[in-house]
Design a protein around this ligand. Structure first.
Ligand code: 5GP
Length: 365
């Protein structure tokens, strides 16, 4: 019997229940080992991080379709609301907000069980026999019983695609839509440095499997609520630029004024890094907790903002990361802008800058 405490757990950590009888407890598993594990379980509960984005939703629903094609029972749990521009994905209506018992819990694109915001009591009332972590973040952590972390993957959706191919499962149009939406959004519409020939080969295969790129783009990028566009207008008018750093913020009062929700803030940071000469950018969103801000950090390729995000307990990718910070708007802004400015100095010295994706391809995603 194997019981393992999750790392990074606050006060009373979650615990998993009775472990599987598989002798290997390697922290990193191969696709083949993961497939063998999946085949031995009957039921799964899938989840991802709070404030889910396209890769979180698309990879979770894509994996749901894959596991169901393998004859498994699957539920998908997201505690936070799903942005309306992903409502069209098949299986969206089955997403639950409460944790459901299963043989295995799979966390996608998420560096801890805590970050999924799954209710601790619900989880502990019927703990899964094993936890599995599938992630592509540079800051990804081996918190689960079985971990598959590939920072080279352009999206977790690409890893689920590889899993489907390895499993020999025919990719249905529904699964193709989910995986295409995941990779489209997490590569900034095939703009980010993670985009390779393999990414395009996968996208081409998904189109042949039945996905319609025009329809997905129309749903994801051209179905924004008026409040989201108005919020972008406010955020853009708040932009400040000092040398290689740009920043902007949105207060609760401003959000309320344009009738915007938290999900409407998704993607604003991408506009800040699209400014000529800017190497690093940060978008600050005031949260309902007093003197607390959510930060979205962006950079061009030479600067690794995940290192800065990790300093404040966050994480993410080299060019896109996030974290929370406490303080007034002025305090938080001056602290993060100074950190970004310092981080930019070596970039300025080498002069090695790589073009960031610019509008219109990233649009509001
Ligand atoms: P965004 O700025 O769009 O919220 O997030 C950019 C990237 O950083 C995403 O891949 C997101 O998952 C990751 N990220 C954002 N906030 C956090 C955080 O607090 N912790 C970790 N580990 N990753 C984060």
């Amino acid at each position: 019997m194997h019981r393992r405490r999750f790392r990074n757990a606050p006060r009373q950590p979650f615990e998993v229940g009775t472990a599987v009888s598989i002798p290997i407890m390697k922290r990193q598993v191969s696709i083949a080992a993961l497939l063998a594990l999946l085949r031995e379980q009957n039921s799964f509960v899938l989840s991802s991080h709070l404030r889910p984005d396209g890769d979180a939703i698309g990879s979770a629903l894509g994996l749901m379709h894959l596991l169901e094609a393998m004859g498994k029972r699957v539920s998908v749990v997201f505690v936070d609301p799903i942005p309306a521009n992903f409502d069209f994905l098949a299986g969206r209506e089955r997403i639950s907000r409460t944790f459901l018992p299963a043989d295995a819990a799979i966390f996608l694109e998420c560096d801890s069980i805590e970050r999924s915001c799954i209710d601790r009591e619900e989880f502990e009332a019927s703990p899964p026999r094993m936890t599995i972590n599938i992630d592509h973040h540079r800051s990804g952590r081996e918190f689960a019983d079985f971990n598959w972390i590939d920072p080279e993957a352009a999206a977790v959706g690409c890893m689920i695609y590889d899993l489907a191919v390895a499993a020999g499962i025919a990719i249905s149009p529904a699964m193709a839509d989910c995986l295409y939406a995941a990779v489209l959004t997490d590569t900034g519409s095939f703009n980010y440095p993670s985009t390779t020939a393999a990414t395009f080969a996968m996208a081409e295969h998904l189109v042949r499997c039945g996905t319609d790129p025009h329809r997905i783009a129309a749903e994801v990028y051209f179905s924004n609520s008026a409040s989201k566009v108005r919020l972008l207008g406010v955020a853009l008018s708040n932009i400040q630029i000092a040398g290689p750093v740009s920043w902007s913020h949105i207060t609760l009062e401003e959000m309320e004024r344009v009738g915007a929700s938290i999900e409407d803030c998704e993607g604003v940071a991408n506009h800040l890094i699209g400014i000529e000469g800017v190497e690093a950018a940060v978008f600050l969103r005031e949260t309902p907790e007093q003197d607390q801000f959510r930060l979205s950090l962006r950079s061009r390729r030479t600067l690794d903002v995940s290192v800065i995000a990790e300093r404040f307990g966050g994480g993410g990718h080299r060019t896109a990361s996030g974290c929370s910070m406490a303080g007034t708007l002025a305090e938080v802004t001056s602290r993060i802008v100074e950190d970004l400015r310092q981080a930019c100095i070596p970039v300025a010295d080498t002069g090695e800058s790589v073009e960031a994706p610019t509008l219109p391809s990233i649009l509001l995603a």
